[in-house]
Design a protein around this ligand. Sequence first.
Ligand SMILES: [Zn+2]
Length: 189
Amino acid sequence: MCGKISNTTYSNFLVLFDQHAVDERVRLERNLVDYFDGISWKSVSIDVVSFQISQEDLIFLLNNYDKLTKFGLQWSVADNVISINGIPEAILGKNPRQADLILKAAKHLLVELIDCMKYAKGNIPLYPKSIMELVFSEACRYAVKFGDTLSKDNCVSLIKALATCKSPFQCAHGRPVNLEKVTRWKKCE
Ligand SMILES: [Zn+2]
């Protein structure tokens, strides 16, 4: 690749992209747009799952019903039993995911939100860890792998898609997506 640095100086440089990290970043951002509109996490209905919770947690839930629905959770309570009938679509995922993993994540989300209300003065992060862990792992799992053979067209469309990302220089796990190597400098005649 040859790029013009200033009016008179050019350099030859090579930019290497980690194909897995690129695809992972593209998938992460595309999926997130589907799952989260910037205010609320999209909710999907599930078969009702019920379990017991403490009286103290129940009070936190009842006092913060509106806040919780923004995270895609739909639920009702009777006595000390909570029945969840809606979860964030991000936990369900776009690809088949084990039912016990989904249930575990929904419970983790509930605990995480209750903890935020209890210990962080109600400051709930927009991107809860319990949801984001699954969003990251989905992007990673279905992205092209390190050794996969890609056609030139595949590479071009991956780089074009990367260019539309909000954070194109990091993979879903925060690692750099590209490495730039300056190989030679020359002065233009
Ligand atoms: Zn990965």
